[in-house]
Design a protein around this ligand. Structure first.
Ligand code: G4P
Length: 293
């Protein structure tokens, strides 16, 4: 399977982001906790240098908690502030405010030295499509949703959401594009549903996923589908088809339907909390607890 993806508005989006970044102090970058590296575009590090940085490990409810912890440590070590969240339920959002103050201490201190008091921190949410940017903005700012900016007569002003006296959020998130020359990265994006299913071979994808899950999370497929976990990936898919009565005209195996079930149930967490990539083992932190790496 050869995955390629050419987002149409890449250049325009990048230019827009460069403009928006001039207006802000803090970048709030959402990544998908199941694939924290594959779901980020490292270009943001160059675009956003000199800005305070906060990474939200979103959809942490769908990812393996052990690795959520390891990924948090990984990014912290690289100098990011990190909060584990579930933008959908709101879990973890409460601690963000304190972390933002901490991440922006240098700016707050600079303001203070210059005699500027109470200038709110301005932040912008960024991330690749489908990581949960809108969900996050809605849950985090939803209640406070007092829009500022766009004064009468100013047509092109930015819309800011004032969250409290100390924080304003740009109301439109910055969309980054997934970046992959590496097919493995493309595949991980496909697993979580960040690449349109129409251009993918779902059956092939589901076979790889089944194989991954039984290797790295033994027991989960048995618990969900009541199937044995031995055999080829095709035999696993056939077993799922059998259990879920995926048959064409009552007799032939409907592989496409079974594959669709596996992909959907993985994506919405029904098979379990599954992480698809593990923090790279770095020299001094190398340890053995890395299944499937
Ligand atoms: P985007 O702006 O970055 O493109 O992403 P968006 O907020 O539209 O979220 C994409 C999908 O991810 C949505 O699901 C949303 O509900 C879901 N989502 C966002 N954050 C979380 C999270 O922390 N945990 C879980 N489990 N899901 C999350 P959808 O299928 O488009 O809609 P729906 O099924 O929620 O109605």
């Amino acid at each position: 399977m050869n995955l390629q993806w050419y987002p149409g508005h890449m250049t325009k989006a990048k230019r827009q982001m460069q403009e928006d970044l001039k207006l802000i102090d803090l970048i709030i970058e959402l990544v998908d906790a199941r694939i924290p590296l594959s779901s980020r575009n490292p270009d943001i590090d160059e675009l956003g240098k000199n800005k305070a940085r906060l990474i939200l490990l979103n959809k942490s409810d769908l990812a393996d908690e052990r690795y959520n912890e390891q990924w948090s440590a990984y990014f912290q070590k690289k100098g990011f502030y990190v909060v584990k969240v579930n933008a959908k339920s709101g879990a973890g959002l409460k601690s963000i405010q304190g972390v933002i103050q901490e991440a922006c201490k240098a700016k707050i201190e600079r303001d203070r030295r210059r005699g500027i008091k109470n200038r709110p921190i301005r932040a912008m949410v960024v991330g690749i499509p489908n990581v949960g940017k809108s969900t996050f903005i809605n849950s985090y700012a939803g209640k406070a949703c007092a829009k500022t900016g766009n004064k009468p007569g100013v047509t092109k002003g930015k819309q800011w959401i004032r969250l409290n006296k100390t924080l304003e959020l740009l109301d439109t998130p910055g969309i980054l594009w997934p970046k992959f020359e590496d097919q493995e990265v493309g595949k991980r994006l496909a697993f979580i549903g960040s690449i349109k299913d129409e251009i993918l071979n779902l059956e092939e994808l589901s076979l790889e996923l089944l194989d991954y899950i039984r290797t790295n999370y033994p027991g989960l497929l048995n618990a969900r589908y009541g199937i044995e976990e031995e055999g080829t990936p095709v035999s696993l898919l056939e077993a799922v088809a059998d259990k879920r009565k995926c048959l064409i005209r009552g007799q032939e195996i409907d592989y496409a339907k079974a594959a669709g079930i596996v992909m959907e149930e993985f994506r919405n967490g029904k098979i379990g909390r599954i992480t698809l990539e593990f923090p790279p083992v770095e020299e001094e932190t190398a340890h053995e607890d890395h299944p499937g790496d």
